[in-house]
Design a protein around this ligand. Structure first.
Ligand code: SAM
Ligand code: FES
Length: 346
């Protein structure tokens, strides 16, 4: 039995074995195919050919943090900053609801302008207007009390990528005041409060080794999040990593398959970053085991300003109606977008 077969049977390996698995898969196309087939089998067992959608509302690109890879980090003086008003956010939801979205994701930098109470008020309004919709927040690291306030206001889910489970790499990618232990604590707090939680990382982040990815897999198995967001790292011209190579599409697809096998019922998005690196990246993501897409619902006038990395897709006028475009793309590979909250089946 090779390491891939062992993984398929047990859904869990040691850190050293994950390294072996990734190395073997990257050198042997048959092993890659075997993992992909198993990932798709599990995806279909849990979710059939349904693909869930989340309407992404990027409501602020102000951020107090300085993650070195991120285009909207605080230190980037060239970023054109914007904030959406509560009314604009509610308009995005209304538009999204009309289009069939039943999950709204409010994402932004860590922007102190939206105080805990201000954001709670926005969540309460969305909860009252759309009782059957899921509300997801993705606004970074906060205290357990703040997460509790937002949960009580009606938030159901929270996305907070751990970014990397390796302490050393985490410290290289972030300023000293950011700590991996604190980020992990946030994820455990969120789980304890009853949120459906999404963790995740970038593939091909500057300096990332296969052993770092193995550590990510060990951490994901331990955390058991409901969702895992992974996408290739893509350089942004106003960061210290402007000249770095982007993460590989092939490696991202392999990791999507591995994560589907690791956590069979997990929600796994085919991300915009994957679609940015390859025009058919999101379709390939679904065919590797992903089952979620996150089209942009932000006002078209602001989309280019939420520039985490260069050449981000779906930011032009033509992208105003992402859902129609994605619906055709998803159908082209034998899946269908569904109008559903899309809860995890773990
Ligand atoms: N502030 C929130 C947080 O920290 O979770 C949410 C916004 S943050 C911009 C969302 C995600 O974008 C990050 O978790 C990171 O993985 C991803 N990201 C940032 N810069 C990126 C880059 N250059 N390439 C690919 N993904 C990037
Ligand atoms: Fe946005 Fe196609 S997915 S324009």
């Amino acid at each position: 039995m090779n390491i891939a077969e062992k993984f398929i049977n047990t859904h869990e390996l040691t850190k050293e074995e994950y390294v072996e698995l990734i190395r073997l898969a990257e050198s042997d196309v048959q092993v890659r195919e075997q993992l992909k087939e198993e990932a798709v089998r599990l995806q279909k067992k849990y979710y059939g050919t349904d693909v869930y959608t989340r309407g992404l509302i990027e409501f602020t690109n102000y951020c107090r943090n300085n993650c070195y890879y991120c285009g909207i980090r605080n230190g980037n003086r060239n970023a054109q900053r914007y904030r959406l008003t509560k009314e604009e956010i509610l308009d995005c939801c209304a538009n999204g609801y009309e289009l069939g979205f039943r999950t709204f994701v409010l994402q932004g930098g860590e922007d102190p302008y939206y105080t805990d109470e201000k954001l709670a008020e926005i969540v309460r309004e969305i909860r009252v207007l759309y009782p059957e919709c899921a509300i997801t927040l993705s606004v970074g690291e906060h205290s357990k009390e703040t997460y509790r306030l937002w949960k009580e206001a009606g938030a159901d889910r929270y996305l907070l990528r751990h970014e990397t489970a390796s302490d050393e790499l985490y410290q290289k990618l972030h300023p000293a005041e950011m700590k991996l232990s604190e980020r992990k604590q946030c994820l455990y707090d969120l789980k304890e409060l009853g949120y459906q939680v999404g963790a995740g990382f970038m593939v091909g982040a500057p300096g990332q080794q296969i052993s770092d990815l193995a550590e990510d897999l060990v951490f994901l198995k331990e955390l058991e999040p409901h969702m895992v967001g992974i996408g290739p790292f893509i350089p942004h011209h106003d960061t210290r990593y402007a000249e770095e190579k982007a993460g590989s599409v092939e490696r991202t697809l392999l990791l999507l398959s591995i994560i589907r096998i690791l956590l069979p019922g997990v929600l796994l998005p085919a991300t915009t970053a994957l679609g940015t690196m390859d025009p058919l990246g999101r379709e390939k993501g679904l065919q590797a085991g992903a089952n979620v897409v996150m089209p942009n619902l932000s006002p078209v006038k602001n989309r280019k300003q939420y520039e985490l990395y260069d050449n981000k897709i779906c930011t032009g006028e033509e992208a105003a109606e992402c859902r129609g475009c994605l619906s055709r793309r998803v159908a082209s590979v034998g899946y269908q977008l569904v109008s559903d909250r899309g809860d995890s089946r773990m």
